[in-house]
Design a binder for this molecule. Structure first.
Ligand SMILES: NC(=O)c1ccc[n+]([C@@H]2O[C@H](COP(=O)([O-])OP(=O)(O)OC[C@H]3O[C@@H](n4cnc5c(N)ncnc54)[C@H](O)[C@@H]3O)[C@@H](O)[C@H]2O)c1
Length: 407
């Protein structure tokens, strides 16, 4: 779309990757001592988008990286012919086990503290350990009009936009909500795009998915549906493997809370392995769809896959990525591969897509195929990583957006 404007990424050193965030705060809960973080990487038209995560051990640096990634995801989906105008990126994080008895109180006090940003600048939503429903419920108690309030205020017909949004979130396909499916649909399309590019037939290709929650489960469904053999799936408790292919839909039907595989319902040939064995299973594609930093310098040599397509945020460390690349493994970065969910929210809200499954999945597929193709081509032409290419594309698209709309 905008590739005519490009010069090599090296010319843009000091772009997205090194820019300091516009705002960054650390909050300490006066009741429990737990910490919360809000990083606004950048505002565009006064707005930034990005979820709120809650996990024991969440750190400021992690939230800062995630916020920077959100700026890239937003800008990458700028389409001058669409209604959606990308925002900047932000992220929230709370260092607390979401299942602990103190979690709700901590969440409520954190949101109360950062309320001005929630009302004016930061459109948020679910991430690890939170749900959009929970955030909306707590915001309702605080008198804030939901987690997308700052964006809704900028729209010509806020009522129609909210109706489209709630209609879309009510759609389910075979037991899984559309809001959950769009992310995995995009990741699976990213996988299919790299396989098609390299002439790997879908019927011969194999994949392993690390994580079986919202992202992992929906990615596994779409890979399976496309004819790819899913030979391994892991959750926090371990890995389930079958070189002949797992019965993905059965596993989804019996999936338990928090993305746990029901091990009492597996097939007779399925094998139980240790959790991290999913990394070394023989497969063409590895899809990390669990937590951040799961592939690092000390375990990257276990990975045998030729392609890693990142469904999770920050699953591969920079050091691991360098080594993987040196031995020919292509890493399709999170900012591209898992960007379908964020973009879909705004396509629905702005009215770029109808709030139904057919048009939503078709738009996600088209956008991800184009984006992966452009990213890999630029990486090849400019001899850089796909992650560097994606950052560059994002900077170029944001420049165009800002020149048309102003900051
Ligand atoms: N849900 C979305 O729409 C969305 C969109 C973009 C990115 N992401 C990112 O995708 C990742 C997963 O998010 P989710 O919403 O699917 O979470 P989730 O809580 O629904 O599922 C997480 C899954 O990972 C498993 N898991 C946890 N630790 C593991 C480990 N060490 N090894 C293997 N499995 C492990 C859990 O058992 C569960 O199956 C996160 O990094 C998140 O930020 C999610």
């Amino acid at each position: 779309m905008n590739s005519g404007l490009l010069t090599p990424p090296a010319a843009r050193a000091g772009g997205t990757a090194t820019r300091p965030p516009e705002a960054s705060l650390t909050w300490t809960d006066p009741v429990t001592g737990r910490q919360g973080f809000l990083v606004i990487d950048r505002l565009v038209r006064g707005l930034a988008s990005g979820g709120l995560r809650m996990r024991e051990g969440c750190r400021h640096e992690e939230v800062r990286e995630l916020a920077a990634a959100m700026s890239v995801k937003e800008a990458l989906h700028y389409d001058p012919t669409g209604r959606y105008l990308p925002m900047g990126g932000a992220k929230g994080g709370i260092d607390c086990d979401p299942l602990s008895s103190e979690a709700r109180g901590v969440l409520s006090r954190f949101l109360a503290f950062i309320r001005p940003y929630l009302e004016n600048n930061w459109a948020t939503g679910d991430d690890l350990g939170t749900t959009t429903e929970l955030i909306d419920e707590v915001l309702g108690e605080l008198g804030v009009d939901g987690c997308i309030a700052p964006v809704v205020r900028t729209l010509a017909d806020p009522q129609a936009a909210r109706k489209r949004f709630s209609d879309a979130f009510a759609v389910e396909v075979d037991g899984i909500g559309l809001a959950e499916l769009v992310g995995g649909c995009g990741v699976a399309e990213a996988v299919l795009t790299v396989l098609d590019r390299d002439g790997v037939s879908r019927t011969s290709a194999t994949a392993v998915v690390q994580g079986f929650g919202a992202m992992g489960g929906s990615t596994a469904r779409f890979l399976h549906e496309a004819g790819i053999r899913v030979v391994g799936i892991s959750d926090v408790h371990g890995t389930v493997a079958n070189p002949r292919g797992l019965a993905v839909e059965d596993m989804l039907r019996h999936r338990r809370a928090y993305g746990a595989v029901d091990r009492s319902r597996l097939g007779p040939d399925d094998v139980l392995l240790d959790r991290d064995d999913c990394l070394s299973l023989a497969a063409d594609v590895l899809v990390p769809a669990a937590t951040s930093y799961t592939v690092h310098e000390n375990n990257q040599d276990r990975v045998t896959a030729r392609y890693i397509v990142e469904a999770a945020n920050l699953p591969v460390t920079a050091g691991a990525e360098e080594r993987l690349r040196a031995r020919g493994c292509v890493v399709v970065p999170d900012v591209v591969a898992n960007s379908g969910t964020n973009a879909w929210w705004w396509w629905v809200l702005y009215g770029d897509v109808a709030p139904d499954a057919a048009s939503s999945l078709s738009k996600v597929r088209g956008a991800l195929r184009d984006l992966v193709t452009e990213t890999l081509k630029l990486a090849e032409d400019a001899v850089c990583t796909p992650r560097q290419a994606a950052r560059y594309l994002a900077d170029a698209r944001r420049d165009v957006l800002l020149s048309r709309t102003g900051a």
